[in-house]
Design a protein around this ligand. Structure first.
Ligand code: PMP
Length: 349
């Protein structure tokens, strides 16, 4: 069978192949808050209105109008997808492939590399420099060598902070590559590039409902770009790529912005509290974050990870360190207590 597989697929590991059993799940940046009953009731009413026998609105017109209002762009500059992952795939299907290059910082969100490989696009990771900052000059030089697509997560996953805005703008200005700014954590950082879309035709922004809106379960993301880019992407988009239920729920949540802002504020408070607590632990080096997670380093990440897991707390091993998603107050406290214990018992052993 192996000989039948496209060579570029052979080395790829399936994403999240096996769920890891745990009590406190702080690994993949899910919101700790399920929707309140009031919003669930509105969704229940919306479900009654759906014609399940019919295909969804292929243009997701109502959702695009809501998003245009929310993000301050026109509806013809928006494309919606089954999570932002699907939109990354479409970008690579359209602008990547044989003889083309995907350039991204390292470390960053793993799907840029995985989906580039799947689509036969050459991957070109450029290591982050001092203070986890972009090596903009190198990214620009590499982008000039062949048709390229540049991915920049802003803020970055797993390091958690935003890169210098000037460096990002320089990459957009000095290459004719498509530059994709992944603003998955936009509502946490409140820093982004939507206002620059009218100035740069090679700029693409992707965002998601999975994080601040607490809707990871409905798989809904959106992309904003010049209407011409959208029209190219529409050529590779699968028909009816966003189901009726997800469209309805996303529209409802856009009208519940106040709830989203409230939980986002709570997560930010918890994040800042946890960051300050982590600073106090000897042997732990946390990094500032503008997201719902914190990246930290320790001299034995394997051991710390395993000890936490043995206590039922699941975080994520990334790059040379560890990444913890911000949970509810009691979950963060438990993580902290167990981390302190695992660090002190490490010293004794
Ligand atoms: N971009 C970044 C930077 C992410 O960290 C993630 C998820 N961890 C995603 C995109 C994926 O978002 P979605 O759930 O919309 O596919």
């Amino acid at each position: 069978m192996e000989r039948l597989i496209r060579p570029s697929i052979l080395g790829i590991a399936p994403y999240n192949a096996k769920p890891i059993p745990c009590r406190v799940k702080l690994d993949i940046m899910e919101s700790p808050y399920d929707l309140p009953q009031g919003i669930k009731s509105k969704i229940k009413d919306a479900v009654q209105r759906i014609h399940f026998n019919l295909y969804p609105d292929p243009e997701a017109g109502t959702l695009k109008e809501g998003l245009a209002d929310y993000a301050g762009v026109s509806p013809d500059m928006i494309l919606v997808g089954n999570g932002s992952d699907e939109l990354i795939l479409y970008l690579l299907l359209c602008f990547g492939g044989e003889g083309r290059r995907a350039i991204f910082p390292e470390p960053t969100f793993s799907m840029y590399s995985t989906l580039a490989k799947i689509t036969g696009t050459e991957t070109y990771p450029v290591p982050l420099g001092e203070g986890f900052e972009l090596n903009d000059s190198k990214m620009i030089d590499r982008a000039k060598e062949k048709p390229s697509i540049v991915f920049i997560a802003y803020p970055n996953n797993p390091t958690g902070d935003c890169f210098k805005r000037e460096k990002v703008l320089r990459i957009i200005r000095e290459t004719d590559s498509l530059v994709v700014i992944d603003e998955a954590y936009y509502e946490f950082s409140k820093e982004g590039f939507a206002a620059d879309l009218s100035a740069y035709k090679n700029l693409v922004i992707i965002r998601t409902f999975s994080k601040c809106f607490g809707l990871a379960g409905i798989r809904c993301g959106y992309l904003m770009a010049d209407a011409e880019v959208i029209s190219w992407l529409n050529k590779v988009r699968l028909p009816y790529n966003l189901n009726s239920l997800s469209q309805e729920i996303a529209v409802i949540l856009l009208a519940e912005k106040a709830w989203m802002e409230k939980i986002t504020g709570e997560i930010i408070c918890q994040r800042d509290w946890l960051y300050n607590e982590l600073l106090k632990i000897q042997g732990i080096k946390p990094y500032q974050s503008k997201t719902n997670f914190i990246y930290f380093e320790t001299d034995n990440p394997d051991k710390v990870y395993s000890r936490l897991l043995a206590d039922g707390i699941l975080i994520k091993q990334v790059s040379a360190g560890l990444r913890v998603t911000i949970g509810k107050a009691e979950e963060n406290q438990e993580f902290l207590d167990k981390l302190i214990f695992s660090c002190s018992s490490k010293k004794i052993s």
